[in-house]
Unconditional design. Structure first.
Length: 254
């Protein structure tokens, strides 16, 4: 009996231990799945912020170039309104994007080249504006060099935007794989936990039935022994009274 109780207790502990372990595993998988989802969302927001910063930087460079061209053609200072403050805006955007991509070595390697292109473009724009104020028209070679620098700047910004988008695609792909596998893993864990629970429940139920059967058998034996003792006592009493023909029937001993 004691051995059955110990076995039942051991079964309960083992079953509980397995279920707890599977619950922990499921919780960990859920945590990582949620974390991946949050990281992916942050990655998307980061990419959008970097992309917008680079595109705004390029837009301000275009504004400055448009103002420069208008002034070179007309000599009207009002055309320089888009040009004014462009240098400060571009510098602020440049620093902002550089900070945003601080953990990306590939992107960081592009900033010195981008900075050089920005500096070269502003040097030419400032030079041509100063010459126009002195009524000196820019040469074709200077204008062509300015156009070439602007084209290079556009290309550099596009490369940096594409690099950021490629990183986001890779992160999202990893997140998607994890998102697909996590529900499957959790479902398998839940199924295993259910099977373990059923197995150990049946084992404990079987042990409980065996224990009840043993208790019932012991109770029957106790009752039968009690009847036998009563029968023997009755026979002994009758014999002591001189009734020597008294005998014990088999039925009385059952």
């Amino acid at each position: 009996m004691q051995r059955i109780h110990k076995r039942s207790k051991r079964s309960l502990l083992i079953g509980f231990g397995f279920s707890l372990a599977i619950l922990i595993i499921s919780s960990v998988l859920s945590y990582f799945s949620i974390k991946q989802l949050i990281d992916s969302q942050q990655s998307i927001e980061h990419t959008v912020e970097v992309k917008e910063g680079l595109e705004t930087l390029l837009s301000r460079m275009k504004d400055a170039e448009t103002g420069q061209r208008g002034y070179l053609l007309t000599g009207d200072e009002s055309f320089l309104e888009p040009f004014k403050g462009a240098r400060n805006d571009v510098t602020d955007l440049f620093i902002s994007v550089q900070i945003l991509t601080g953990n990306n070595e590939l992107q960081q390697s592009e900033f010195p080249k981008l900075q050089q292109l920005i500096n070269d473009k502003f040097v030419i724009m400032n030079q041509t504006i100063a010459d126009r104020r002195r009524e000196i028209l820019p040469s074709a070679s200077v204008l062509l060099r300015g156009k070439a620098i602007m084209d290079s700047l556009r290309g550099k910004v596009n490369v940096m935007v594409q690099t950021e988008q490629a990183l986001m695609v890779g992160r999202n792909a990893r997140m998607d794989r994890f998102a697909r596998l996590t529900p499957i893993a959790i479902s398998i864990a839940a199924l295993i936990s259910m099977i373990i629970t059923i197995v150990f429940y049946n084992r404990v139920t079987r042990d409980a039935k065996i224990s009840m059967d043993l208790q019932r058998e012991l109770q029957e034996k106790k009752e039968r022994t009690s009847r036998q003792i009563d029968t023997i006592g009755d026979v002994a009493r009758k014999i002591s009274e001189g009734k020597y023909r008294t005998r014990i029937e088999d039925s009385d001993m059952e």
